[in-house]
Design a protein around this ligand. Structure first.
Ligand code: AMP
Length: 282
């Protein structure tokens, strides 16, 4: 496994592999790798001859007052994990090279898809995500790129960008990997103290309870949201950002649950903002 920092070196490496006709897979991450990331890497290893894992805490996708500075970082540990998975390249560009002084080009998926839910709570977030991905896609030119369903809205936004900008990249989406008690694994879980960690299970528990209500015949999204709200509010460390019952393709609110729906929520546990979602099929 090699570690590449320089953009030109990364491009050169890829040019050489392309000459050899190799299939290239990219797993974009912000590092502090966990089982969720490793699931994406394992799938990439199955599909591709060359697997690149990018590790880049992307400043432009963090809003003011968010956790860019304190976001967990441990390159040594990430390196070991990637080596064990048979990753070919870790790409860790420097912020100053990705966004040099005078940098001024940003890519935005306009419209509702990126302005509701996470987009509403974190203005500019998807603009930052999409911009860094366009840069990574141009540098690495992968055949496949891997994303987790945990960031469900991100997947839809990325797929739209890939389609609109005619990238020849297959976006592969994998299910959310969870801890034994259901908590969706996230680098941000490391912020939680013992008490908060326990409280954080309320996200998954409320999704499961809502699904059960639907199984029992509940079809009204508003009643379902109230039901989840009541459950979550019983947890003193939890503060709801949003709870939504939406169309899984458009993320628009629905008036009745029939066939397919997505339950999505963002909840602060203490100071840590967590998200989760669950697809429902009747
Ligand atoms: P991040 O490092 O948080 O930006 O995540 C990098 C990629 O890993 C994104 O596509 C995430 O959706 C995915 N990911 C993060 N956590 C999980 C998880 N628990 N299960 C599956 N994929 C995940």
């Amino acid at each position: 496994m090699i570690l590449i920092e320089k953009i030109e070196e990364m491009k050169f490496y890829i040019r050489e592999r392309k000459k050899e006709g190799k299939i290239i897979g990219l797993v974009p991450t912000m590092g502090y790798l966990h089982q969720g990331h490793l699931a994406l890497i394992k799938k990439a290893k199955e599909d591709c001859e060359v697997v690149v894992v990018s590790i880049f805490v992307n400043p432009v996708q963090f809003g003011r007052g968010e956790d860019y500075e304190t976001y967990p970082r441990d390159l040594e540990r990430d390196r070991d994990l990637c080596r064990r998975e048979g990753v070919n390249v870790i790409f860790t560009p420097r912020v100053e090279e990705m966004y040099p002084q005078g940098y001024s080009t940003f890519v935005e998926v306009e419209g509702k898809l990126s302005s509701i839910l996470e987009g509403a709570s974190r203005p500019g977030h998807f603009r930052g995500v999409v911009t860094v991905l366009v840069k990574l896609f141009n540098i690495i030119n992968p055949d496949y790129s891997y994303f987790g369903e945990k960031d469900y809205q991100q997947v839809l936004v990325v797929k739209k960008m890939v389609k609109d900008l005619n990238f020849n990249i297959q976006i592969i989406v994998l299910p959310t990997i969870r801890e034994e008690d259901g908590l969706a694994i996230s680098s941000r879980n490391s912020y939680l103290n013992k008490e908060e960690r326990k409280a954080a299970t309320i996200l998954y528990r409320s999704l499961v309870a809502a699904k059960e209500q639907i199984k029992r015949g509940e079809r009204n999204p508003h009643s379902l949201i109230s039901f989840m709200k009541n459950l979550i509010e019983k947890e003193p460390l939890a503060h709801i950002d949003y709870i939504a019952v939406v169309n899984p393709k458009t993320l628009e609110e629905i008036e009745k649950i029939d066939k397919k729906a997505l339950l999505a929520l963002a909840v602060k546990i203490g100071e840590t903002r967590l998200i989760d979602n669950m697809k429902i099929e009747i």
